[in-house]
Design a protein around this ligand. Structure first.
Ligand code: CTP
Length: 207
């Protein structure tokens, strides 16, 4: 099968030297790409800026912004059997990017932001029969309720919910715990474990 996987953060430019981003390390998405490759699948990985090497045997496309990620994902989604959006895509970007480095002035600075495209929701609208869409929900409270809402709202087949409020797991850590919930109402509890082991479990459930 062909797996299309996104990983890492996006960068939304303010000016040539500044951007908005988040704490995603890309470790979960890269572990999923490696696990899918090891399970014998064809894998395309679309990655934001991370400190990880492109995995051998995986077609890796490096992007920066949410708009670039949307373009790359849509190009490769058409013939993908499984799409896993593990990337922490920015929900907002500055309305305008300054061509020159901004100079400071007295007083406060307000940067107006606009919504980026919700890539997963767009894929949910054009999903072809047989294709499976998997999203991630990182929450600090009401994990299962919010995850179930995302599952339905974005027309997903599975959602991987993880609690990012707990110290030492989730964002940037090497370990994670998750609850996988399917559109059919199946719930799989994945206890705290190495992200590579967790990725292998997730791929086995999807593969
Ligand atoms: N996602 C996406 N495009 C975006 C934002 C998020 O495809 N512009 C995907 C992520 O890759 C992830 C899922 O959607 O799989 C996360 O859902 P989202 O609603 O963005 O979660 P939050 O950013 O936590 O948003 P909310 O404030 O609604 O909780």
């Amino acid at each position: 099968m062909k797996f299309l996987i996104s990983a890492g953060p996006t960068r939304e430019k303010i000016d040539p030297v500044r951007f908005l981003t988040n704490r995603s390390s890309g470790k979960m998405g890269y572990a999923l790409a490696e696990a899918a490759r090891d399970a014998g699948h064809e894998v395309v990985l679309v990655s934001g800026p991370v400190c990880l090497e492109p995995p051998p045997g995986v077609q890796t496309i490096l992007i920066e912004s949410a708009a670039e990620m949307a373009k790359a994902i849509k190009t490769h989604a058409e013939d993908a059997d499984v799409v896993i959006m593990a990337a922490a895509v920015a929900d907002y970007r500055p309305i305008m990017t300054y061509a020159d480095k901004m100079k400071k002035k007295d007083g406060n600075l307000i940067i107006e932001l606009e919504r980026t495209e919700d890539i997963l929701a767009s894929l949910g609208k054009t999903k072809r029969s047989g294709q499976r869409l998997v999203g991630f929900a990182a929450e600090t409270r009401d994990l299962i309720d919010y995850a179930q809402d995302k599952l339905q709202r974005k027309n997903l087949d599975w959602i991987v919910a993880n609690d990012v409020g707990k110290a030492g797991q989730g964002f940037a850590a090497d370990v994670n715990a998750a609850t996988m919930i399917s559109a059919e109402g199946v719930t799989v509890e994945l206890p705290l474990q190495d992200k590579k082991a967790l990725a292998a479990r997730i791929i086995a459930i999807l593969g």
